[in-house]
Design a protein around this ligand. Structure first.
Ligand SMILES: *[C@@H]1O[C@H](CO)[C@@H](O)[C@H](O)[C@H]1NC(C)=O
Ligand SMILES: *[C@@H]1O[C@H](CO)[C@@H](O)[C@H](O)[C@H]1NC(C)=O
Ligand SMILES: *[C@@H]1O[C@H](CO)[C@@H](O)[C@H](O)[C@H]1NC(C)=O
Ligand SMILES: *[C@@H]1O[C@H](CO)[C@@H](O)[C@H](O)[C@H]1NC(C)=O
Length: 426
């Protein structure tokens, strides 16, 4: 050795020094993008979206609105599965039937997920913490309209002995079955032994309403339903391989959007990002939400339910009752209609902006983004009536800020803290 090699080494060192060091070493951190797409067959139907949200959070409506004689709901075909609804369901459950199309696509936004090599279209849900998938163990008739995961065709699938999972909603809906592990790849982010709920039984109402082909729960471990031992979410499992322990959501207005694991892309937002402390104790991305304002009106205190969660798995905003009442008081000819289970108004109405607190930051949801879907006709005036994207949470534990809210923002779900980052999309 030595002289020459030493010299070569010194030269290399010298050379390296003269080149600026890369800002981010390539091997250290990684990030992964996942497209979020509107299902081609999706038909927005406000009353269904509200019903699903109520079911998810176990909300039994206590106020039903007015029976309107001059309201004719959009007549969607009744293609309920053969299974029947339970008898004790509240009034809105019996009204507003939904077409096969919307039955199969109540998940408005979905993303491709690869489980054991099989591509399944699933919903990203920051409002729950189980990963579960429609599969071949479910009776064939009930698989209709879903892409199903076939564990027997996956070389990497393993049964998790003695484990079971059971999601039970506030009404009698449930999904329950065994648990397995498999390799899950989301946009290139890979977890080798992801716990996966493999329901053998899914109640008819849930089949009808949870009709993307599965959920990727992105909440906190405490609300995992796997027994006897709760199992980490995909997000929890993938964090150690990421540059930063984050999931960002850019949920665009046009329906297309993107999730990204591992990096906060500064090109995706403008201005300052607000940092909101999250309280994970209920398993949700939860934060105080104590104030609101309608249009240019004064700030008002939210007294009934001054706390909220950010939930990508819910379509609408379910706000504290006084917020909703104050909002529709400013919408001309709006009415709380029993046929729809929520507030409706002439589609031509000018909707006020809503400001509502996320921690210490007031977020403005523009009135122009508040209408969720057409819902029927006022037979007196012939006007089309629309269903609002903000509806009452009926006074239960939390306000739920779903897609109508989240798509106005760039949102960072950050395990540090944990915290939420919110900013204006670029
Ligand atoms: C229909 O319009 C009439 C006239 O504005 C109004 O009185 C009635 O309450 C409306 N009905 C509905 C269902 O909006
Ligand atoms: C509903 O289901 C129950 C139990 O499966 C059955 O006994 C009943 O006849 C069904 N009712 C209708 C209306 O289908
Ligand atoms: C809502 O806010 C936007 C921008 O902040 C403003 O241009 C618009 O006029 C507001 N709309 C209403 C109905 O007040
Ligand atoms: C919020 O602040 C905490 C503490 O400084 C930090 O760890 C976290 O990454 C921040 N979150 C966001 C989204 O900026």
């Amino acid at each position: 050795m030595h002289l020459l090699q030493t010299l070569a080494f010194l030269l290399l060192v010298y050379h390296a020094r003269s080149v600026p060091a890369p800002l981010r070493p390539q091997l250290k951190g990684r990030s992964f993008k996942v497209d979020r797409v509107r299902r081609a067959d999706y038909v927005a139907h406000g009353p269904t979206a509200l019903r699903n949200a109520y079911r998810k959070f176990g909300i039994v409506p206590t106020s039903f609105g007015l029976d309107l004689e001059d309201f004719e709901p959009i007549n969607l075909k009744d293609t309920h599965p053969a299974g029947n609804q339970t008898d004790n369901e509240p009034e809105p459950e019996r009204t507003g039937t939904v077409s096969a199309t919307s039955v199969q696509s109540n998940a408005q936004f979905v993303s491709p997920v690869i489980i054991g090599g099989q591509k399944i279209i699933m919903t990203f849900d920051t409002g729950s913490s189980d990963f579960w998938v429609m599969n071949t163990a479910i009776p064939e008739a009930e698989q209709q309209g879903h892409t199903v995961f076939d564990p027997s065709k996956s070389p990497t699938f393993k049964v998790m002995q003695d484990a079971e999972f059971q999601i039970r909603y506030g009404d009698s809906s449930y999904a329950a079955g065994m648990v397995g592990t498999d390799t899950v790849n989301i946009g290139g982010a890979t977890v080798e032994n992801q716990a996966i709920g493999i329901p053998l039984e899914v109640s008819p109402s849930l089949l009808e309403d949870q009709a993307s082909s599965g959920l990727v729960g992105l909440g906190f471990l405490s609300i995992s339903t796997i027994e006897p031992k709760k199992q980490p979410t995909f997000f929890g499992n993938v964090v150690p391989t990421l540059d930063e322990p984050v999931l960002t959501a850019s949920l665009k207005t046009d329906g297309v959007g993107e999730y990204e694991f591992g990096i906060i892309d500064t090109n995706k937002y403008k201005g300052k990002m607000a940092n909101v402390t999250v309280d994970p104790s209920n398993g949700f991305w939860q934060f105080p939400s104590t104030e609101f304002a309608i249009g240019d009106g004064p700030r008002q205190t939210i007294t009934q339910v001054p706390t909220a969660i950010a939930d990508t798995g819910t379509s609408i905003i379910m706000a504290s009752p006084e917020v909703v009442e104050a909002y529709y008081a400013e919408v001309k000819n709006s009415v709380f209609a029993s046929d729809s289970g929520g507030y409706i108004y002439p589609c031509m109405s000018e909707m006020p902006n809503l400001s509502i607190a996320v921690g210490g930051t007031m977020v403005v949801v523009p009135g122009s983004m508040m209408t969720f879907s057409p819902v029927g006709t006022n037979t007196t005036t012939g006007e089309s009536m629309c269903f609002g994207g903000i509806q009452s949470n009926q006074g239960v534990d939390v306000q739920v800020f779903g897609d109508v809210f989240l798509k106005t923002l760039f949102v960072v779900f950050d395990h540090r803290g944990p915290s939420l980052g919110i900013a204006t999309p670029a």
